[in-house]
Design a protein around this ligand. Sequence first.
Ligand SMILES: NC(=O)c1ccc[n+]([C@@H]2O[C@H](COP(=O)([O-])OP(=O)(O)OC[C@H]3O[C@@H](n4cnc5c(N)ncnc54)[C@H](O)[C@@H]3O)[C@@H](O)[C@H]2O)c1
Length: 260
Amino acid sequence: MKLQSTIAAVVTGGASGLGAATARTLAAKGAKVAIFDLQREKGEAVASEIGGVFCEVNVTSDESVDAGFAKARGAHGQERVLVNCAGVGNAMKTASRSKEDGSIKHFNLEAFNWVVQINLVGTFRCIAKSAAGMLTLDALEDGERGAIVNTASVAAQDGQIGQAAYSASKGGVLGMTLPIARDLMSEGIRVNTILPGLFETPLLMGLPEHVREALGASVPFPKRLGKPSEYAQLATTMIECGYFNGESVRLDGAIRMAPR
Ligand SMILES: NC(=O)c1ccc[n+]([C@@H]2O[C@H](COP(=O)([O-])OP(=O)(O)OC[C@H]3O[C@@H](n4cnc5c(N)ncnc54)[C@H](O)[C@@H]3O)[C@@H](O)[C@H]2O)c1
């Protein structure tokens, strides 16, 4: 799919980090971009910078996502591109014993469900509603109607201690990529997923510099954190390259995460 001014795109989590970088790259290539995010101030700033539209959306809510698509489509027309970057994480052991007093606790189920609802169910909600909209579009060259990119994580494959919820949510995104691509194949909608390693986003930029340096040095090559623009580059390739479908790709400088 050629990214140009006739193409409307929606980027969830577009107010920050990987999503913001992708919104900027898509806009630089000419696409009309709508940002779905909870963070109004940051989302509006990115949207105004790129001449796009901000929609205050919580991906865990049907009504909120419906309203977001209505606003985005009102401004730009039906999107042909959806990039899912909205996501959160937490860390807790499945069950553990306190070093201080020997007391035993287990992973809080509400906290587990919170991560799964945003990262997995929220991603699927946006995919399903976007794909339904794409079905109303005429096919482009090669019978193509749309392209969807999702964000899992290397934690889908090598999750660390404490990452049961995060890895379950991202493993779900990885696992549903092929069946969704198959569901949508007769309608000309392609679906791919990126598994980022360690990226320079607000999440990691909040860590002390020596910790970030140590994390960067743990990457085989290049020995640094990934740049959000490098994520955006792969997302854009997945959209532009018409033969890219049903695939999940690690973008990680060859890192394989250790247990901790
Ligand atoms: N940064 C990394 O190293 C890294 C590595 C692997 C995977 N990822 C994944 O990449 C994606 C983007 O991460 P990032 O590092 O850019 O983080 P980020 O925190 O900078 O951006 C995530 C955005 O998602 C938004 N969001 C969170 N919950 C939402 C909800 N319910 N509805 C709508 N928006 C919501 C946040 O407001 C935020 O703007 C996430 O899915 C994350 O799990 C990041």
